[in-house]
Design a protein around this ligand. Structure first.
Ligand code: PLP
Length: 402
């Protein structure tokens, strides 16, 4: 059972350095490897398992729908897609939904919709102002929309039309607005950049600027949506009404589902403009429906907010105790600034100690636990994290002694 599954030998493209572990099963906040070792999981499939690993609601929905109807083709309506779209529009400022399979695909759709709107209603305007350090996906267009350092040269030439502004700097956005501008697109919290929240003032001023200049406001809520930041959608916390929103990650509870939502006034695809073989298939929409129903249960989101505050408090006292940096984020999308470049080392040591973590940058850790995590689970993870970081700091202190 102790085979080496390292990516060098596996017939799987080595697109990321993987440990030689193979996870066999998951349950709630925990993953189990081939030797049945238990790991507390604060990555949760990259913030996708909002209800934890293999939740009964998701397994049951998949089972029931698999036995009923898997895919009649995107050219026909199906019940789960209709019901999920109804639930999403009833609980947001949007009126219409296009379902897709990944966050990048939903964002591609948002970009296409904004360009189509520019063609039809704004003299061919096609530019979408996006932010430095933003992450919108890994297709060519969404990589071009992203502001990840180095991505402007990787796979050059880029898709044209994504001038970059700075998050939380309204003037940097205003300076880029011109006759070709169709939209402004941003993440309410830049997740991949290291959990950098947009400020309320920035979001409100951008919304006002969009109104004044007749630009579409696009929020990429692939990471922040579906309860992750404590409200159903993060835009609610700013008192603004975007024109377009994208969802992914959490909406599928771990299965591949994403969505592009738009307000009726600007929703302007003609038949044939947009589509996809698997888009809106009932198998996965049934899961999305089960996830949304769980998130909309009256006690669910208040509990995410409470758990998020508890987690942030525990992180803050850990950070104060060890003399580390800032704790950032909303709800259960949090980050700890380490003040030194030991995050990758911390991830490896934590894994050996039974805690799965993510380091978005060399100096910060990101936490994306299941939204239904308990205080006991948080306490357990904080204990392991405290041990691991104390050990790193102790070694650092010894190394500093001349
Ligand atoms: C993860 C992410 C994406 C890309 O989603 P995929 O499903 O990996 O294509 C896009 N935008 C944001 C904000 C994300 O966090």
């Amino acid at each position: 059972m102790n085979q080496d599954h390292s990516s060098c030998y596996a017939p799987i493209m080595p697109i990321t350095p993987r440990p030689s572990l193979v996870f066999e099963r998951g349950q709630g906040s925990y993953l189990f490897d081939g030797e049945d070792r238990r790991y507390l999981d604060w990555v949760q499939g990259w913030a996708v398992n909002c209800l934890g690993h293999s939740p009964a609601a998701v397994a049951e929905a998949l089972n029931r729908q698999a036995n009923t109807l898997i895919n009649p083709s995107p050219a026909f309506y199906n019940r789960p897609a209709l019901e999920l779209a109804t639930l999403l529009t009833k609980n947001s400022v949007f009126d219409e939904v296009f379902f897709a399979n990944s966050g990048a695909e939903a964002n591609e759709g948002a970009i296409k919709l904004a360009r189509r709107w520019g063609q039809k209603h704004k003299n061919g305007a096609y530019q979408i102002i996006t932010m430095k350090n933003a992450f919108h996906g890994r297709t060519l267009a969404t990589m071009s929309a992203s502001g990840k350092p180095g991505w402007d040269r990787l796979f050059a030439p880029q898709v044209d039309g994504f001038p970059k502004a700075l998050l939380n700097d309204v003037d940097s956005v205003r300076a880029l607005v011109g006759p070709e501008t169709a939209a402004v697109m941003f993440e309410p919290v830049q997740g991949e950049a290291g959990v950098i929240p947009a400020t309320p003032a920035f979001v409100q001023e951008i919304a006002a600027l969009c109104k004044q200049e007749r630009l579409l406001l696009i929020v990429d809520e692939v990471q922040t949506g579906c309860g992750r930041t404590g409200t159903l959608f993060a835009y609610e916390q700013f008192g603004v009404e975007p024109d377009i929103m994208t969802l992914g990650k959490g909406i599928g509870g771990g299965t591949p589902l994403s969505a592009l939502l738009a307000r009726r006034e600007i929703s302007c695809f003609d038949p044939g403009d947009q589509g996809g073989t698997f888009c809106g298939n009932p198998l996965i929409c049934a899961v999305g429906l089960a996830v949304m129903q769980a998130l909309l249960a009256p006690e669910f989101l208040p509990r995410v907010r409470e758990t998020g505050l508890y987690f942030a408090e525990r992180l803050t006292s850990l950070s104060n105790g060890l003399g580390l940096g800032e704790v950032r984020g909303n709800g259960l999308l949090l980050a700890l600034e380490l003040g030194r470049e030991c995050a990758y080392d911390a991830v490896i040591r934590a894994r050996k100690a039974g805690l799965l973590l993510n380091a978005p940058r060399a100096h910060s850790l990101r936490f994306m636990p299941a939204l239904n995590s308990t205080h006991e689970e948080i306490d357990e993870g904080i204990r392991i994290l405290d041990d691991v970081l104390s050990e790193i700091l102790a070694e650092e202190a010894t190394a500093d002694v001349p």
